[in-house]
Design a protein around this ligand. Structure first.
Ligand SMILES: *[C@@H]1O[C@H](CO)[C@@H](O)[C@H](O)[C@H]1NC(C)=O
Ligand SMILES: *[C@@H]1O[C@H](CO)[C@@H](O)[C@H](O)[C@H]1NC(C)=O
Ligand SMILES: [Ca+2]
Ligand SMILES: [Ca+2]
Ligand SMILES: [Ca+2]
Length: 387
């Protein structure tokens, strides 16, 4: 008999291909029963049946055997019931009770990893006794995604709500669910800073910044002022050892210059933007826990060169530095009068402009002329004062 067992399968296999192989039964109910042919009567020999069970997404399939009696054989070579899910074999059963080499399902409950499960039954060309076969019950069970999705890339960012057949994510107050339905983003593009100094940080700093967010921070000062940025030493943006900032990054746009992207844990430090309008763009992807950044900004204004004091004249106020919007009044010693381009002035004022130049060059002080002409100059107060 044993010799026959080893020889015949080779011959039979030739036949089974020509007979079209196994029969497949497709099942897509939420629950049901599968059993061996003729159950509860003994099963016939030379049968191969496969039940493909599928349930909707969001469910798993639970399978348990209410009856099991299949011809025992070493490693279930002869007759067997196999349970598998797509390509993964979950179990092979045969016999009447478990041994070192064969297993029976007993009261084991099998659970499919996904929403499909296949049960295959095979009987070989002989049965040494009458075996009553098997009967199993299957049912769709909800996957508790909130409990099972441990993978950071799949789990909900903030809150997870399981329900029958699915689940959904929600976010803490102040956040919005991203269109990936999983991560929580923040609205962070409505900041415009117009003060001459200030401070801002990534949202939630120094706690990890929100995912899936694109933020725009704008510093907008009057012309003539230049923005200086100072990144705090505490700087942490998700990076990559080889690729330049592929996940999260911060960029600085100043005039037609773009600085960055910056990421990693080394602060970019101090940046003199040389512009009065600066945009800071921050992008975060849908994963990672990094602590973010903090920027303090200040403004310097355009500086005008210190003018040369005209001989016999004075500058008021006299400073070592002059910046945008500052004025200087030029006056002359008694007995001298202001003159510029052939015109005389009672007093004269110059202003430091946005481009770091004075509004005009300083006049000179010229000695007043003869008494006569001085008296004619003395009548000047009726003239309009010129600037
Ligand atoms: C039944 O399921 C198996 C395993 O997933 C698959 O290989 C086979 O193609 C399926 N058969 C049919 C007819 O769908
Ligand atoms: C997110 O959920 C909406 C509504 O439930 C759905 O239409 C959309 O396809 C989902 N998006 C993704 C990426 O799963
Ligand atoms: Ca058999
Ligand atoms: Ca669910
Ligand atoms: Ca990230």
């Amino acid at each position: 008999m044993d010799l026959m067992r080893t020889l015949l399968p080779a011959i039979l296999c030739y036949l089974c291909i020509s007979l079209g192989g196994a029969q497949t039964v497709l099942l897509n109910n939420m629950y049901g029963i599968v059993h061996s042919p003729n159950f509860p009567e003994p099963y016939p020999k030379e049968r191969e049946i496969q039940w493909n069970i599928s349930v909707p997404d969001g469910y798993q399939i639970r399978l348990y055997f209410m009856h099991f009696d299949i011809e025992p054989s070493y490693l279930c070579e002869y007759d067997y019931v196999k349970v598998y899910s797509e390509t993964e074999e979950l179990a092979v059963f045969c016999g009447r009770e478990s041994t070192d080499t064969e297993l029976v399902p007993a009261d084991e409950v099998l659970l499919s990893p996904g929403n499909v499960l296949s049960v295959a039954f095979r009987s070989d060309f002989s049965n040494e006794e009458r075996y009553s076969g098997f009967e199993a019950h299957y049912s769709a069970v909800d996957i508790d995604e909130c409990r099972d999705k441990n993978d950071e890339d799949l789990a909900c960012d903030h809150f997870c709500h399981n329900h029958i057949g699915g689940y959904y994510c929600s976010c803490r107050y102040g956040y919005q669910l991203h269109s990936d339905n999983r991560t929580c983003k923040v609205e962070c593009s409505d900041s415009v800073f117009t003060e001459h100094s200030g401070q801002f940080t990534s949202a939630d700093f120094p706690k990890p910044y929100p995912k899936s967010s694109d933020c725009l921070y704008r510093i907008e000062l009057e012309k003539g002022f230049l923005v200086n940025l100072e990144f705090d030493d505490s700087f942490d943006i998700e990076d990559h050892p080889e690729v330049m900032c592929p996940y999260d990054h911060i960029k600085v746009q100043a005039g037609d210059r773009e600085l960055g992207p910056f990421c990693g844990d080394r602060s970019p430090g101090r940046i003199q933007t040389e512009s009065n309008i600066v945009n800071i763009l921050f992008h975060s992807d849908n994963s990672g826990e990094n602590l973010g950044w903090k920027i303090t900004y200040t403004a310097t204004s355009s500086e005008c060169p210190v003018p040369i004091v005209p001989p016999n004249g004075h500058l008021e106020p006299l400073q070592s530095q002059y910046f945008f919007k500052e004025h200087i009044t030029v006056t002359c010693d008694p007995g001298y009068t202001l003159q510029k381009d052939g015109e005389k002035f009672e007093h004269f004022q110059i202003q430091c402009q946005t481009d770091g130049a004075w509004s005009s060059s300083a006049p000179i002080c010229e000695k007043k002329e003869s008494r006569r002409s001085r008296s004619s100059v003395a009548s000047v107060p009726t003239d309009p004062i010129m600037h």
